[in-house]
Design a protein around this ligand. Structure first.
Ligand code: AMP
Length: 401
């Protein structure tokens, strides 16, 4: 079965075409600047040269038509006809309390995704555009939605409720939902396989640290707590997001600086985190470089980032009364030798012992970076959210066939 995986943003659309017979990627790419005068399409067919095209793509239906054209193109294509694509899987950020797992798209599922627009105003409408654009271009082809929040629906009430008047939850469903669920679930399963164990027998802490970052406590295979909240702003310090802060700061600063709701939202989401403290960049590579060159602000940004991550890891050890495995994944987790080293250096009280030479190995493979004596396994597991979407789509479509 060939499956097209789509991750639609408000002005962008990422895609990967999978051949599920061997889970290989036939092509992948990105359409950027949808709705602007010069949209850019970058198409990467496996084994063939990359193609970059600039054209005017005003909405998602045209973007998907363009992608399908490239996938079947005589020169840059990887399939002979669109009919070879038997199903489409979509990443959807917010599944609210409706979706505890991935679902086959029908009118009921679409209506629920629409009801969640309020909770994810930037993301869910974009996913819906992706679904509609697929329907327009590929009528009758089954579609599956895979939610970032679904894996965290196993959290107990004590972890997902905020200690605020219950009416706010009852009326508006304000609670912790978490995010990056597909990634946390995937890397925890790969970690267990790597160790030759079942997730059922493990206490795992997964650190998904990329542009966005979150930590999850996984007990007996289920997410029992996660650092992102109602939105992806809560939790860790991130590239441009503040993460946790005293909620009283929001009205205080709004009052002092005469800021609107949108302005304060933008401050905390786009102008905070590593970028705000370093004054240099939101990218951990540049922060590390600044630190190595003796830049005090970059050093402080790094230290705050590491300190806050370590506090979360420690708090999840407390929630599970122990930890067997710590997993690092995503851009920073998979690549930053120094961040992993600093975190592990300060977890020796748990029995964590890093093997520095293993930590320095650069590879795209799952690997152990803790020493043979370490009481906690520390692993680097490359994440692959698209593969999870393709697998879920395959499984669900087959079950309805
Ligand atoms: P992601 O959101 O998972 O794609 O992660 C992107 C982030 O990973 C970038 O913004 C960088 O901060 C970080 N990153 C990528 N490569 C490295 C590296 N070699 N060292 C440190 N951070 C990295």
């Amino acid at each position: 079965m060939k499956i097209l995986v789509i991750n639609a943003g408000s002005s962008s659309l990422k895609y990967q075409l999978y051949d599920m017979t061997n889970e290989s990627v036939l092509a992948k790419g990105l359409v950027e600047r949808i709705g602007m005068d010069s949209s850019i399409v970058t198409h990467k067919p496996t084994g063939l040269p990359d193609v970059v095209e600039v054209s005017e793509i005003l909405e998602h239906t045209t973007a998907i038509r363009k992608v399908l054209g490239l996938l079947t193109h005589a020169e840059h294509g990887v399939i002979a006809s669109i009919d070879e694509i038997q199903a489409v899987g979509h990443r959807v950020v917010h599944g609210g309390e409706y979706f505890k797992e991935s679902a086959l798209v029908d009118s009921n599922v679409k209506s629920k995704i629409r009801q969640l627009f309020d909770l994810a105003p930037l993301h869910n409408p974009a996913s819906m555009m992706g679904i509609k654009a697929t329907e327009a271009n590929m009528p009758g082809v089954p579609q599956v939605v895979v939610f970032d929040t679904a894996f965290h629906q196993t959290m107990p009430e004590k972890a997902y409720l905020y200690p605020i008047p219950r009416v706010i939850y009852n009326k508006y469903k304000v609670r912790r939902y978490g995010a990056h669920g597909t990634s946390h679930e995937y890397v925890s399963k790969v970690a267990a396989e790597f160790l030759g164990k079942s997730t059922k027998d493990l206490k795992i802490i997964t650190c998904h640290i990329g542009n966005g970052a979150s930590v999850t406590a996984i007990h007996e295979g289920c997410s029992i707590d996660t650092s992102m909240g109602l939105t992806p702003l809560e939790g860790l310090m991130m590239g441009t997001r503040s993460g946790d802060l005293d909620p009283a700061i929001v009205p205080y600063v709004m009052n002092k600086e005469d800021l609107t709701v949108n302005e304060v939202n933008s401050m905390l989401n786009k102008h905070s985190g590593l970028l705000a403290i370093s004054g240099v960049s939101s990218d951990m590579r540049e922060i590390t470089e600044g630190m190595q060159n003796g830049d005090a602000n970059s050093t402080l940004a790094f230290e705050m980032y590491e300190y806050r991550l370590r506090k979360y890891i420690a708090s999840y050890v407390a929630t599970m009364n122990g930890v067997d495995v710590i997993v690092f994944t995503a851009g920073v987790g998979e690549n930053s030798v120094v961040l992993r080293e600093k975190v592990c250096e300060n977890l020796t009280y748990l029995g964590v012992e890093l093997d520095k030479s293993l930590n320095e190995i650069r590879s795209g493979e799952s690997r152990r970076i803790s020493s043979a004596n370490s009481k906690v396994e520390v692993l680097v597991i490359p994440t692959n959210e698209e593969l999870v979407i393709a697998r879920d789509t395959n499984r669900i479509v087959q079950s309805f066939a």
